[in-house]
Design a protein around this ligand. Structure first.
Ligand SMILES: Cc1cc2nc3c(=O)[nH]c(=O)nc-3n(C[C@H](O)[C@H](O)[C@H](O)COP(=O)(O)OP(=O)(O)OC[C@H]3O[C@@H](n4cnc5c(N)ncnc54)[C@H](O)[C@@H]3O)c2cc1C
Length: 431
């Protein structure tokens, strides 16, 4: 039973960018803090594509949450799946075990892949959100080359060496660029029956441009770099069918052994259990201070939150993007608001400070938009590399990643070309 003198109980759901930043910011707050996540590790999602393309190992980009927060004695880390939140009883319901009671709640459960109502496409075209996804993509990509080496006829070989990436945002571009490098450089001298350099990598984007969030000159630079790498970019095409070994986009058909999905995200289903209004993709429409209506003690942050910054002429809202910076800044604001509430002070509106936007395309190729400075090519790639390594969790990971990157840069090699996992995939590759 809590008494008035007891420090408040703060529960944080999620140990991703938002949840971890909130937990860290709570270090100096006099509160009992519990962080709950369904996984025991934090993943640095911006480098997931490197796991998917055999450049890095899972352990290089993930750290145990318990270890990351080990210096916070008042903070408890729990491994558990949150099923729902009962905001009127102030209880977090777990899939198993007793509910967690809270005085303040920070929900940072992130996003999942969305297949726009075609969940049957998921089996053929995995997305990239988790380490498991990264390993599954790695397995399929490496298997495609192995199967092509053994294929009986040129047509099967051609299909197995065709990779279609759906979605021209940062993740789709990173994947397509890395696949092109693997085919043209990393594997170029290792197969005897197939010419891996002839692999076809197709990037499909529904909008008019890839990397739509960047200014036009940077988008154009990215398109040039993709073309240089030999990636076929098709814009303005909407995918209408994804089946075993086949993608249809309008009138076009692509026979492809490997199809990857980087086209859509939806909010974690947990958002809908809060009883607050949500947008089309399930993101929770938060108030200016990041809490939900009628519950100033419940904050939603990161990819799960829809924070409206402005309205377009047609009334549609402009939202903050689903990026790590937003989640981390929102986390700090939510904690500051809790501190203010504990001191009897009112909430203040959240203001996002945009420090810039980067995307990598391939070796020595990236684009960076810092507002006051725009970079392309090698300088942008160095900026991208430096910022990502600095932001990685844990000194060990930073050193490991830097060494592996340097090795890969000079040798064109990818050191983690291991085909692991047992799930059958012949049926999804169409051979
Ligand atoms: C492949 C990829 C590349 C990206 N690249 C970049 C980039 O270069 N730059 C950038 O700024 N952003 C990038 N992002 C976006 C960035 O990673 C997200 O915006 C950020 O992770 C959002 O933080 P979050 O805390 O809201 O969610 P997440 O970091 O996704 O964390 C959510 C956490 O909640 C846990 N969780 C979810 N549901 C439950 C549940 N029911 N019970 C218990 N735990 C649960 C999950 O296990 C996870 O640990 C990338 C994302 C992806 C997928």
């Amino acid at each position: 039973m809590q008494t008035r003198a007891d420090p408040p109980r703060v529960v944080v759901i999620g140990g991703g960018f938002g949840g971890l930043s909130a937990a860290r910011a709570l270090r100096k707050v006099r509160a009992h803090v519990t962080l709950v996540d369904r996984r025991n590790y934090h993943v640095f999602q911006p480098l997931l594509y490197q796991v998917a393309t055999a450049g890095l190992s899972p352990g290089d980009i993930a750290s145990p949450i318990r270890w990351v927060l080990r210096r916070q004695p008042r903070l408890k880390v729990l491994l558990g799946e949150v099923r729902s939140v009962d905001t009127s009883a102030r209880l977090v319901q777990l899939a198993d075990g007793e509910p967690l009671a809270y005085d303040y709640l920070i929900v940072a459960a992130g996003a999942i892949d969305s297949y726009f109502g075609h969940d049957e496409w998921r089996r053929v075209a995995p997305g990239l959100k988790t380490l498991e996804d990264g390993l599954e993509i790695r397995r399929r990509v490496l298997l495609a080359f192995e199967r092509a080496e053994r294929a009986a006829d040129a047509e099967t070989q051609r299909r197995l060496l065709t990779f279609v990436v759906i979605g021209g945002g940062p993740t789709g571009v990173e994947l397509a660029g890395a696949l092109a490098e693997i085919a043209r450089h990393t594997l170029a001298h290792e197969y005897r029956s197939v010419n891996t350099r002839a692999a076809r990598i197709v990037l499909l984007e529904g909008g008019p441009d890839v990397l739509a969030a960047f200014p036009a000159p940077l988008r154009a630079a990215a398109a040039r770099d993709l073309a240089r790498l030999g990636v076929e970019v098709r814009t303005g095409v909407l995918v209408t069918h994804v089946g075993a070994g086949l993608v249809e986009a309008g009138a076009e058909r692509f026979e492809a052994g490997t199809v990857l999905w980087a086209a859509g995200v939806a909010a974690s289903p947990l958002g809908r259990t809060l009883g607050a209004p949500v947008d089309r993709t399930g993101r929770v429409l938060v108030r200016p201070g990041l809490s939900i209506p009628d519950h100033p003690e419940v904050f939603v942050i990161g990819d799960l939150a829809a924070f409206v910054t402005a309205r377009r002429d047609d009334g549609r809202p402009v939202l903050l993007p689903g990026v790590a910076q937003v989640a981390m800044q929102e986390a700090v604001h939510a904690v500051r608001t809790i501190e203010r509430a504990m001191a009897g002070k009112p909430s203040e509106p959240f203001r996002y400070r945009d420090y810039g936007n980067l995307a990598t395309i391939g070796r020595a190729s990236a684009i960076a938009d810092f507002g006051w400075l725009r970079l392309t090519g090698w300088p942008a790639w160095v900026a991208w590399l430096f910022i990502h390594i600095m932001k990685l969790t844990g000194f060990r990971n930073r050193v490991l990643v830097l060494v592996q990157w340097a090795w890969a840069y000079f040798t064109y090699q990818r050191s983690v070309r291991l085909i692991t996992g047992t799930a059958a995939s012949r049926d999804v590759m169409g051979d």
